[in-house]
Design a protein around this ligand. Structure first.
Ligand code: PLP
Length: 595
């Protein structure tokens, strides 16, 4: 496909405009040996601030683009970085539409920023509503496109409904419309295989927006990305404000990309929490439908959206009321929170309409005083102004407010591997394990299941050589996560033992007291089990004992190596579960600690 005149439409004043240039752009060569006296910067950083922050950003965005290029398989020359996607949306309208004349097309209910920026730029907005399943009707959209329609905004997955558009629908728009089709993939990291980035080469009018604000957790840094043809980017580069992305934000974005293992762990966790929340919401009063979502939020149709919204606010919970938007009657949009936050939402929701709640007593929500019977909400902001601030104890320790949550994320990077482990010792046996070695994953899952801990492990390593580093570094990281999660070990049972009797026998003793030692009496028949050298299992428990500073004694016998090692992991998990118990005397604050 070759770009049409309309694809390349640029208003006269933009065509005529000359780009801003700084003296530094004109200075080639090594920056290290140059004295910069051109930009009226301070010649040093204040001593508590990062070195180099006194200078205007230069190479940082380039580094970010190169990292993105390597990851996304798009040349760096087709990547644009902005101060959030919001800035890029605005910039697209400034570059490719005639203010006061042209129009954009949106498909409501949708992210309001498109219309908001169109208003700011004096552009018309053509609305073509999504159907009852929040799908775009491509034929209708194309029929509504006029000669002044410069760009279509497709939100994919759609905010607020959470669904994706069919790729075929997007292709129909790309083929049938000769302006820009902007596909906003703000939430695509939760379903990366659905990105339309691979279409970029084929369609010169395609602009793909992504952001670090959502799955990468950098909303505060303001980093948005656009992928488009070089022709489109050339105009955007010319028109954008110089230094539109700060040095610190670009560096944070590179850091986020480098935290790949943790990013995978996090997105999978959010998907899991979303599935749990869907199930729970479906059983809530007033819920008519929880719409399927590929993103980190849910659109929920209820019989009384505004009432529920006010009720939740009065409990210190802020969700987004979408009632009144096209196709959203009674709808709330709820961002997936932590397990505790989701639980808090559900607890408050369940109490809707109960005696003692504002809607039952017809008290204004804001005037409601905190109710001493709701001990678990103690400390939660009751006003609209300070909602998300409050910290709540973990779900299981509610009512034992002084018990610190026993969880920890540990990570470890070496030349060979990159490992992230999150463990929650008071969890519910949730596991998400991915080490690249299927059999090892299965063993680690036993620790979560039989140890009744939440365990998340992502290991990215050099498996093409051998599994040694992967297994060793996973063990070390798991051990340090365990040690940190144990905290001050107050009230800890400390000792555990287990002896499962399948067709194999395994006995494991644990002492979490603080000394490292492994006793290993577990002979194997074959040199390999599940593709892993048998000796590495001993090494795993040895490394774990060392980094978790615990004693582990393992004795196992039986004919089948597979069953034997599985029995060892199960027994280890059972013993761990016992040792992790907290006795009541330790949980209660000791007078010693208080005075
Ligand atoms: C959150 C969101 C964005 C992100 O905007 P930033 O400016 O990058 O924070 C973009 N598009 C949609 C649809 C969103 O929901």
């Amino acid at each position: 496909m070759t770009p049409s005149d309309k694809t390349c439409f640029v208003p006269e004043h933009i065509l005529r405009m000359s780009p801003y240039s700084s003296a530094r752009d004109e200075f080639p060569g090594e920056r290290d040996h140059i004295t910069f006296m051109d930009a009226n910067e301070l010649p040093y950083s204040l001593h508590r601030l990062p070195a180099g922050i006194n200078r205007y950003p230069q190479s940082h965005t380039q580094r970010l683009k190169e990292r993105l290029a390597a990851i996304k398989g798009v040349p760096a020359g087709r990547i644009f970085t902005g101060n959030g996607s919001d800035e890029i949306i605005d910039l697209l309208m400034r570059c490719f539409a005639q203010h006061g004349e042209d129009e954009i097309m949106v498909f409501p209910p949708v992210f309001s920023m498109y219309s908001n920026r169109a208003q700011a730029n004096n552009l018309g907005v053509v609305e073509v509503p999504l159907d009852e399943r929040f799908r775009i009707d491509a034929a209708q959209a194309l029929a509504r496109c006029g000669s002044k329609t410069r760009m279509l905004f497709v939100c994919h997955p759609n905010n607020p409904s959470g669904n994706l558009q069919d790729e075929q629908t997007i292709i129909r728009l790309l083929e049938g419309f000769d302006g820009l089709v902007i596909v906003d993939e703000a939430y695509i990291d939760f379903c990366p295989q659905k990105s339309v980035l691979p279409l970029l080469d084929q369609y010169p009018g395609l602009v793909v927006l992504q952001t670090f604000s959502k799955a990468f957790g950098l909303a505060g840094a303001r980093v948005g990305i656009a992928y488009a043809s070089e022709q489109i980017l050339a105009v955007m580069e010319k028109v954008r404000c110089p230094y539109n992305l700060s040095t610190s934000s670009a560096e944070l974005a590179v850091e986020a990309l480098n935290s790949h293992a943790e990013f995978r762990l996090s997105t999978e966790r959010i998907r899991h929490l979303r599935r749990q929340l869907v199930t729970a919401l479906n059983d809530m009063p007033l819920v008519e439908e929880v719409y399927p979502s590929e993103a980190n939020f849910l659109l929920v149709k209820t019989t009384d959206g505004p009432g529920l919204y006010r009720h939740l606010v009065s409990h210190g919970l802020v969700v987004r009321l979408r009632h009144g938007r096209s196709g959203c009657d009674g709808c709330l949009r709820i961002t997936v929170g932590t397990a505790e936050e989701n639980q808090r939402l559900l607890d408050a929701w369940r109490r809707y309409g109960e005696p003692g709640t504002p809607e039952a007593e017809n008290r204004p929500a804001r005037a409601r005083e905190s109710d001493p019977s709701e001990g678990r909400f103690a400390g939660v902001g009751q006003t609209e102004s300070s909602p998300g601030e409050a910290q709540l104890p973990a779900a299981k320790s509610q009512g034992q407010a002084d018990v610190p949550p026993r969880r920890h994320t540990a990570s470890r990077s070496s030349l060979e591997t990159s490992v992230v482990v999150h463990i929650n010792l008071d969890g519910a046996a949730y596991s998400n394990i991915s080490t690249g070695i299927g059999f090892f994953d299965h063993m680690l899952e036993q620790i979560a299941r039989h140890g009744a801990v939440d365990l998340e492990v992502i290991t990215e390593g050099d498996l093409h050589t051998d599994p040694h580093h992967t297994i060793e570094d996973t063990a070390i990281t798991l051990g340090s996560a365990l040690l940190e999660a144990l905290g001050d070990k107050r009230g800890l049972e400390r000792y555990g033992f287990a002896l499962p009797m399948d067709d194999s026998r395994a006995m494991v003793l644990i002492d979490l007291g603080g000394r490292s030692h492994l006793e290993w009496d577990c002979p194997f028949n074959a040199p390999q089990i599940g593709g892993i050298p048998a000796s590495l299992f001993r090494h795993f428990f040895g490394s774990l004992a060392a980094s978790a500073r615990c004693n582990i004694h393992v004795q196992a016998s039986g004919d089948d190596d597979h069953h034997k090692i599985e029995a060892v992991f199960k027994a280890f998990a059972r013993a761990l579960r016992m040792a992790l118990q907290r006795n009541q005397s330790g949980i209660l604050p000791s007078t010693k600690g208080m005075f």
